[in-house]
Design a protein around this ligand. Sequence first.
Ligand code: SF4
Ligand code: SF4
Length: 124
Amino acid sequence: MKDCNQCGKCCLKYGGQNLATNDEEIALWEIFNPEIYRYVRNGKIWHDPDTGAKLHKCPFLRLQTKSVTGSATQYLCDIYLNRPEDCRLYPSEIGEMVRDECEMIEAIDLLDISKAQHSLEKHS
Ligand code: SF4
Ligand code: SF4
């Protein structure tokens, strides 16, 4: 199991879907992070602050072209420390990572899924 290389696949796939959040973090955003709270509508994320329309990509995902890791591109989360619950919990299952082509997975992980799951849980 490799470290996350910020390939961005998870954010690109899920960032425009109905990411799970909760009342507590929404209340904290309202007080401390109005720049995040403005994208919430009726307890759901992410919505255009002006029109209220559902966004099809996460407004906080940023592409950086020159990365310190040497890869050509790298995605950054502009609200990393205050990101929603769903984002904080990803990745949690090997099956999901395989489906999403998460770049933390190595060929050896696929030989023993239980061991890989254990390794992932230690990673988190
Ligand atoms: S909030 Fe951050 S971690 Fe979550 S989808 Fe957006 S960019 Fe990715
Ligand atoms: S898909 Fe995997 S490697 Fe890529 S950013 Fe998400 S967690 Fe990191």
